[in-house]
Ligand binder design. Structure first.
Ligand code: NAD
Ligand code: LMR
Length: 317
């Protein structure tokens, strides 16, 4: 058995955490040989509910699960943490865009960025799930000057998974048969699910008129049909992202990572790219030839990221 890994989940009493915590504790992220110590961070009003979740975790008799700490103090919740899932924040409801949450959620990520800076393990990997995820990750990274920006990602693996699944339905193949799929830009309706480099044939009209808008607006569709925002699929995507970040990938995955200036994306913006994970780091796939359609779609989403950055500039250092 390896040494236990310390993992923080914020918003531990919420919907996503109710699925995510079991996947982490069952070994789906760090593998069957790595015990897990969970550090659950909540707001004071939800600490008791988080205690109930911890009781249920205990009752699941998961052999990899070691200690569970429950707190409303970020200094305790992030102490020496090696992997942090920043889930806790308000979800949108019907009729809202994710950017409408900036005001309500932005401040959370200032405080949590500072706490991570002060007390987390120096090699911590931070995955921001709470919306608007890209700009919240930017805020957190900016408030953690002693950590590398590349230690902060935003979750766009759900968009990636949605793209794979729509493509599987369209082609009659399985989701693991496709290579070189990625989603560029913001986790918002402007995102660009890009099939230009993939290994299968598909109908162009379906791609531009059905698939792209469907994936880009899938979060809103789920809210409409389910009555509340996606939870288990978001947790599953967060598991996929963190597992691949630690373990590496052969083929492309979508990760929202700080831009290095590639493909006209302003350096530092946290943007969805085609990436591969090597040696514990995401690398943006370099040297792709982009056509006009791709450039326009990427630019439109990046422009939205710039506008979000401008809207939260008072939270950036
Ligand atoms: P939820 O309302 O069920 O749970 C959120 C939890 O966060 C609550 O228990 C709340 O008390 C807690 N919380 C609020 N502020 C906190 C803080 N400062 N510290 C710690 N905990 C805090 O919401 P949910 O369905 O779990 O969704 C959480 C977030 O994830 C939302 O912003 C949602 O929009 C987002 N989301 C993102 C993706 C993605 O792909 N990036 C997918 C789905 C949902
Ligand atoms: C999603 O994509 O399902 C989440 O970001 C939730 C939302 O608000 O759409």
């Amino acid at each position: 058995m390896a040494q236990p890994i310390k993992v923080t989940v914020t918003g531990a009493a919420g919907n996503i955490a109710y699925s995510l915590l079991w996947r982490i504790a069952a070994g789906d992220v760090f593998g069957p040989e790595t015990p897990v110590e969970l550090q659950l961070l909540e707001i004071p009003d939800a600490v008791e509910a988080a205690q109930g979740v911890a009781m249920e975790l205990e009752d699941s008799a998961l052999p990899l699960l070691r200690e569970i700490t429950i707190t409303d103090d970020p200094a305790k919740g992030f102490a020496s943490t090696q992997a942090a899932f920043l889930v806790g924040s308000k979800p949108r409801t019907k009729g809202m865009e994710r950017s409408d949450l900036l005001e309500a959620n932005g401040a959370i990520f200032t405080e949590q960025g500072k706490a991570l800076n002060d007390v987390a393990a120096r090699n911590v990997r931070v995955l921001v799930v709470g919306n608007p995820a890209n700009t919240n990750a930017l805020i957190a990274a900016n408030n953690a000057p002693d950590l590398k920006p590349s230690q902060f990602n935003a979750l766009m693996r759900l968009d990636h998974n949605r793209t794979l699944s729509q493509l599987a339905k369209h082609t009659g193949k399985q989701t693991d048969e496709f290579t070189k799929v990625a989603v560029w830009g913001n986790h918002s309706a402007s995102q660009f699910p890009d099939l230009s480099f993939t290994n299968v044939d598909f109908d162009e009209k379906w791609y531009t008129e059905e698939m792209i808008p469907r994936v880009a607006k899938r979060g809103a569709e789920i809210i409409q049909v389910r009555g509340s925002s996606s939870a288990a699929s978001a947790a599953s995507a967060a598991v996929d992202h963190m597992r691949d970040w630690f373990n590496g990938t052969e083929d492309w995955r979508t990760a929202a990572v700080p831009s290095d200036g590639s493909y006209g994306v302003d350096e530092g913006l946290i943007c969805g790219f085609p990436t591969v994970a090597r040696n514990g780091e995401w690398e943006i796939v370099q040297g792709l030839e982009l056509n006009d359609f791709q450039r326009e779609r990427i630019e439109a989403s990046v422009q939205e990221l710039r506008e979000e950055r401008e809207a939260v500039k008072h939270l950036l250092r």
